[in-house]
Design a protein around this ligand. Structure first.
Ligand SMILES: [Fe+2]
Length: 150
């Protein structure tokens, strides 16, 4: 998970230079939580833990560095792509997996590829933990309750 640690450095650098106050506080906690939950779910489902952990870190980066959540899944995928390309951390194929998961993560009622689903479920778990579930996330929460993670 060496690349994960490098991605985390990049994530912290971006957040600390562009975010502040409420957005910084909430953003750091949420993104780190989602990243950790995504790694746990990936372990259970046999997915690449490092790639989905990185996707978790950056999945809402646009929201917390621009303090604006409009169309944030799309804009976060663009920002994450630029950031990850700037340090040449992953291959083109790996970047595609990460970016696709980030881009899809807001569409909770649609089923996408395994990595997108893993990221969505991790996002929902964090919302569940803090009592901030949205109406379109309740079905997914019910399914997650049936799945054990260790
Ligand atoms: Fe999120």
């Amino acid at each position: 998970m060496k690349r994960y640690e490098l991605a985390k450095d990049l994530f912290f650098k971006e957040m600390l230079s562009k975010s502040s106050g409420f957005y910084l506080r909430v953003g750091l906690q949420h993104c780190l939580n989602v990243s950790a939950f995504a790694i746990l779910i990936a372990r259970k489902r046999g997915l690449d833990e490092e790639l989905i952990g990185i996707a978790g870190l950056f999945h809402d980066i646009h929201t917390y560095t621009n303090m604006n959540s409009f169309n944030h899944a799309y804009y976060s995928s663009i920002q994450a792509k630029e950031l990850l390309e700037s340090i040449n951390l992953v291959t083109t194929e790996e970047l595609d997996i990460i970016i696709t998961a980030i881009k899809n993560h807001s569409d909770k009622k649609i089923t996408h590829d395994n990595y997108s689903e893993c990221l969505k479920d991790a996002d929902v778990l964090d919302h569940y933990m803090w009592g901030t579930l949205r109406e379109d996330e309740t079905d997914r929460t019910r399914k997650l309750k049936l799945e054990t993670f260790c």
